[in-house]
Design a protein around this ligand. Sequence first.
Ligand SMILES: Cc1cc2nc3c(=O)[nH]c(=O)nc-3n(C[C@H](O)[C@H](O)[C@H](O)COP(=O)(O)O)c2cc1C
Length: 228
Amino acid sequence: MECFIREGLPFVREYETPVIVNVVGKTIEEYVRVAEVLSDYPEVAAFELNISCPNVKEGGIAFGTDPEMAYRITKAVRTVTRHPLIVKLSPNVTDITLIARKVEEAGADAVSLINTLLGMAIDIRKRRPVLGNLVGGLSGPAVKPVALRMVWQVYRKVSIPIIGMGGIVTAADALEFIMAGATAVAVGTGNFKDPTTVSRIIEGIEEFLGEEKIFDITQLRGIAQQGF
Ligand SMILES: Cc1cc2nc3c(=O)[nH]c(=O)nc-3n(C[C@H](O)[C@H](O)[C@H](O)COP(=O)(O)O)c2cc1C
């Protein structure tokens, strides 16, 4: 956190866009401390809690895979900051809607989903896992159908806004998430492949809205909730 204050904040000060700080920690106290300290810096517009991390004090289970733990961490951070609080959900669960409802109940202003799916690769010549950590986060276009399904499911169960992400690389991908119920979308892996991804997506959405004669994108939010 000290390094972020020293080097990260002066860097983001250059930009006009609001800055959301993604918070990670090993214990609830660490998350709380980061939110408490960084709330005093004007460069910080909002917090996003990355709860896909193990709670080292309580058996190493990821905060985001246990509804009670997700509730407690959200509530604890909620009490120390008035900044908008987004909770980023892990897809590595049986029913993501249970976690979404718990963090909403604990005071989250929005949820973002999904974080990476756990995956692995094996080197068949060495007969060993490829990744140093044995398993690792899978992201990019391969995860899009899973992410989209989860956004669609969560939209039915919460009333706070959803930031949808997972494999978005085109305007059509982004529009799918909006039609599933996302209020906003985010691009991670796509930026690594092509740094113009976000501007292409924005232009593509504008073009689509023009073609379809839609004046307000909110008309599309959740529109694919109905079946046939
Ligand atoms: C290299 C890399 C680093 C990431 N770091 C974080 C992180 O620090 N915190 C977090 O909440 N998610 C992190 N993620 C997850 C992404 O923010 C995103 O939720 C996920 O990759 C799915 O979106 P995408 O397919 O557009 O990348 C990271 C993903 C990648 C590929």
